[in-house]
Design a protein around this ligand. Sequence first.
Ligand SMILES: [Zn+2]
Length: 147
Amino acid sequence: MRKYLALLLPLVLVACASVRPSMRIEDAPQDADVQVALAALDSSPDCNIPLELTVRFEPIEEGHRVGETSELPDGGGLLIRIDSRLTREETVDVIEHEWAHAMTWRVPRPDCHDEIWGAAFSRCYRAVTAALFPTEPLLGERPEGSR
Ligand SMILES: [Zn+2]
């Protein structure tokens, strides 16, 4: 079953790649890295979200959470909330984490942090890292010609 689900994610992502729902950002911090991260995720074909998306930055008081993804009522798409009190690095990390939840929202499964989410998170991490550090190799990648 897990193997089946792992195979399903790329198919879901490819199927959704032709759909380009809109993204709305509310109260984003005026930080260049956060803006670059959001733009990278929104424009990356590897990080498509098959639903309308709102990303809202605000203090999150409940549940000691720093971010959360939920579905808006009446087909309003998804809402990603990011705690506005985080540091820049924490904010970028939480954006990648929640974006991966949004990417895999429509894949029913018992554990929302399973390998399907992990694969989506990897795509988010790579897209954001490539945008923030375009001249550096990604973690784990080696320069051409090396082993
Ligand atoms: Zn999570």
